[in-house]
Design a protein around this ligand. Sequence first.
Ligand code: HEM
Length: 197
Amino acid sequence: MTAQQSALSHPLRSQRLNALTHEPHSRLDKQVKSHDPFASTGRFARFVAAQYLFQYDLEKLYADTDLARWIPGLEKRCRVEQTLLDLADLEHAVPKGDESIREREMDISEALGWLFVSEGSKLGAAFLLKRMPPLGLSDSFGARHLGEPEGGRAQGWKSFVTALDSIELSAEQERLAEAAASAAFERFTVHLERSFA
Ligand code: HEM
């Protein structure tokens, strides 16, 4: 069994989702970089527009009171406000999101898959934030959505993962969670391509 195969059958759901999304993540990472988002504030604004559309998709999930019983500080984890402020700082129009994800009735397993990707993207955000000074941007202007979450980045991720791993799901729900994590990466890719078109 390869390391990748054994990670896919890891006892922890978070580890399985990590393994499963490793490839889509590398693809997305390359795709982000291919658009040269750090070349100018104008290009970075397009990346922020994609981030906004993704957060807009998930805004209702983050506000879901049932889910909030499982995931600590759920509502505060949403970054839709920060992306809107960033777009305003960057003088970039707010793109119009659609309701296709927001209106979807999701099982808790699917919600977890989507949130896994959104919460995980905060880890990469620390690296992206380091690229901001040459653009004159920071976690208080133009790149607020990449900022350290309240309580710390590592702690925020750790508490999310603990919750993610502690929820009991059926075999069918495990598959739904995995499909949702893949769908979230695809959705971000669509937003990215739209924003840089
Ligand atoms: C919408 C989803 C995501 C986007 C757009 C995204 C984007 C990125 C980008 C562009 C980088 C490269 C930063 C650099 O090299 O300067 C990165 C790095 C990283 N991302 Fe993501 N990411 C996403 C989801 C995730 C998820 C789900 C996880 C983990 C569960 C994750 C964990 C990381 C980590 C640990 C890094 C640091 C370097 C590395 O290991 O590649 N990201 N991300």
